[in-house]
Design a binder for this molecule. Sequence first.
Ligand SMILES: Cc1cc2nc3c(=O)[nH]c(=O)nc-3n(C[C@H](O)[C@H](O)[C@H](O)COP(=O)(O)O)c2cc1C
Length: 165
Amino acid sequence: MKYSMYYASVTGNTEMLAKTVEKVLANETRVENAEDADLVCVGFWTNEGTASEEVRNYLKTLYNRKIFLFGTAGFGDSKTYLDGILEHVEDNLNDTNEVIGSFMCQGKMPQEVRDKYNKLKEEVPNQGAHYDLMISNFDKALTHPDENDLKRLEEAVLETVKKVK
Ligand SMILES: Cc1cc2nc3c(=O)[nH]c(=O)nc-3n(C[C@H](O)[C@H](O)[C@H](O)COP(=O)(O)O)c2cc1C
């Protein structure tokens, strides 16, 4: 099987996923161009509820491809939220493509984000409960992607490969 890999990662979370995907596919042939690939792997980090711009632009260049989509999100504690993001990301794909596998998990965020929530909490006291929730989510994200996330990702890749072969 020939596969291609494209991903964007600013702070390394999505890169961890990409490396895990590559490890699972170590015995397959990596090709540079998506046009030559039986499976196109695309990794994204979540920016305002969808993939960052470079990944959205990349997805728009794909036609007639089988795709494995993977990503990280800071607020990825709820499956409903993550599924919603995946839907927004898939909206960038032409109908000739098929997403045959996908995976998302939570990804830690920089400390400045927590500092900002604390500051806002002080500035807007009637929104305290809201910011407490954001801070609690921030703390939950700190350990992700974790070993269990990467294991689930490995399983998702293996299932996806079966659909190509
Ligand atoms: C500018 C910016 C916007 C973000 N927007 C969201 C968002 O809308 N939803 C979310 O769940 N996480 C959001 N995040 C968190 C990142 O998606 C998350 O930390 C991700 O794992 C970062 O991936 P990376 O380490 O591969 O860059 C945002 C982060 C930044 C820096």
